[in-house]
Structure formats: structure tokens, C-alpha cells
Design a protein around this ligand. Structure first.
Ligand SMILES: [Zn+2]
Length: 88
């Protein structure tokens, strides 16, 4: 199979760019390296147990869950909402 389009450098560039974006996104959401003793956002002390469980953690539990809610809410909430309204 000698598909001409697979040799097109432009296509490969696009794939590389999106992989890079995904890696950046994952890195920003899963910090590695040194964790912080105090929350990056509200400066609450991060319990040692949490820092051990999540190496590189930079947010306290409430800020982390707030962040996760904001990141997942738009699609998750709408999908669940429309499913419920279809079922009922
Ligand atoms: Zn916090």
C-alpha cells in the first residue's frame, strides 16, 4: 500500500502538533516533580498523607476538586442532564 497522502509532511505535522497539545494538557493536569507543602491557590496546608499519595500535588483537596469539577462539568453535566430527561 503506497498511499501518497501518508507521505505528506503536512499531515504528519498536524498529528505531531495534536500529540504535543495532549501531552501538555496531561502534564498541566498531572503535575510531577516537587509537590508543595501549601496549596498553590489558597495556601492551605496540604496534609502529608495527601502529598505522599499524590507526588507533585500542588493543590489542597478542595481546590483540586473544584478544578476537576470545572474541567469536567460542561460535558458531564449536560450529558447526564439530557439522559435523565430522556429517561423520565
Ligand atoms: Zn486550596
Amino acid at each position: 500500500m503506497a498511499g501518497g497522502w501518508t507521505r505528506d509532511g503536512g499531515v504528519q505535522d498536524q498529528i505531531d502538533a495534536s500529540v504535543e497539545d495532549a501531552v501538555k494538557l496531561v502534564r498541566s493536569r498531572l503535575p510531577d516533580g516537587e509537590g508543595l507543602s501549601h496549596c498553590e491557590a489558597c495556601e492551605t496546608v496540604i496534609p502529608e498523607a495527601r502529598r505522599k499519595a499524590l507526588p507533585g500535588v500542588r493543590l489542597c483537596i478542595s481546590c483540586q476538586s473544584e478544578l476537576e469539577k470545572r474541567q469536567t462539568a460542561p460535558t458531564g453535566y449536560n450529558r447526564r442532564g439530557s439522559k435523565d430527561s430522556q429517561l423520565r
